[in-house]
Design a protein around this ligand. Structure first.
Ligand code: NAP
Length: 281
């Protein structure tokens, strides 16, 4: 039976550590402030934004909320971001995605100062990750590394298969595993023999966005299985990209959905905010 990697517990531990660090930084006169921008009122985005603000309050940093109407123009949004870039009281900026279709996500991501880009999406931060320099790393893949470390999973020399190559999850995940000295294979929708490749993985990280796609046939006995996917099944219950009931008896360790990777994403956002506070406050 697999060890269940408890993202809820690990993210709580991390947030408690960050809370202590923030208290110490405040004693040194350093304050944290995250600016959170939301354009439109997509209900899922509102939940994410609310959770991010709650996490800020928990660890003791300020959050400023900018709730802009759906019809906000790209120029207006870029102007707001520029004013936040210039504001010395703000050390983290995030703009909740997705944005309405008339606003270019690429332009918005590039307009956030790399020093305040706590989501780690700016090309300068992505480039820093590629060449092994310091910078902000995308929160979900960074959270997976934290989960593996804190669960005692050794990475060095292991064969890691990452399924998915999105800019937010798959690609930075592969680079982080490489940085941890894993041997990395990246799969995507054009990969041939996906099953065979996945079956060779010591650590299998799945971020394909297809509910319960990965069945027992894809998993080597003893593999560590990390499920990034989040979906609602036919009974309106949360599930991942992996068929948990089939994978669990084969795996040596596995993340559940919910309660695995998900809670780590916000905790790592808070870690990036604290890093911004240390570096730039
Ligand atoms: P995405 O941008 O849709 O990327 C999906 C990737 O999977 C693409 O690279 C795609 O290949 C690949 N893919 C799709 N079907 C495949 C197949 N049949 N075989 C192999 N590869 C396939 O998704 P994402 O943003 O990375 O997110 C992935 C999942 O993670 C989603 O369920 C999302 O909701 C979840 N997620 C969770 C968190 C969290 O905090 N828990 C954070 C982010 C995302 P191509 O490149 O060839 O199209």
């Amino acid at each position: 039976m697999a060890i269940r990697i408890d993202g809820k517990k690990i993210s709580q531990e991390l947030k408690d550590e960050l809370k202590e660090t923030v208290a110490k930084l405040k004693e040194e006169g350093k304050n944290g402030c995250l600016a959170v921008i939301q354009v439109g009122d997509d209900p899922a985005s509102s939940v994410y934004v609310g959770n991010k603000k709650k996490a800020c309050a928990y660890i003791g940093i300020d959050s400023r909320s900018y709730e802009l109407p759906e019809e906000t123009t790209e120029a207006e949004l870029l102007e707001l971001i520029e004013s936040l870039n210039q504001d010395p009281a703000v050390n983290g900026i995030l703009c909740q995605l997705p944005l309405p279709a008339h606003i270019s996500e690429k332009k918005v991501i590039q307009s956030i100062s790399p020093q305040k880009d706590v989501d780690g999406f700016h090309p300068q931060n992505v480039g820093a990750l590629v060449i092994g320099q310091e910078g902000f790393v995308s929160c979900t893949p960074a959270g997976i590394i934290e989960l593996l470390h804190r669960s005692g999973v050794s990475i060095e020399g292991k064969h890691c298969v990452v399924v998915g190559r999105s800019n937010i999850v798959g690609k930075p995940m592969a680079l982080l595993m490489l940085r941890e000295n894993a041997t990395v294979t990246v799969c995507h929708s054009k990969t041939r023999n996906l099953k065979e490749i996945c079956k060779e993985a010591d650590i299998l990280i799945v971020a394909i966005g297809k509910p319960q796609y990965i069945t027992a046939d894809y998993i080597k006995e003893g593999a560590v299985v990390i499920d990034v996917g989040v979906h609602r099944n036919e009974n309106n219950k949360l599930c991942g990209d992996v068929k948990y009931d089939e994978a669990e008896p084969l795996a040596s360790a596995i993340t559940p959905v919910p309660g695995g990777v998900g809670p780590m994403t916000i905790a790592m956002l808070m870690k990036n905010c604290v890093e911004a506070m240390k570096r730039y406050a």
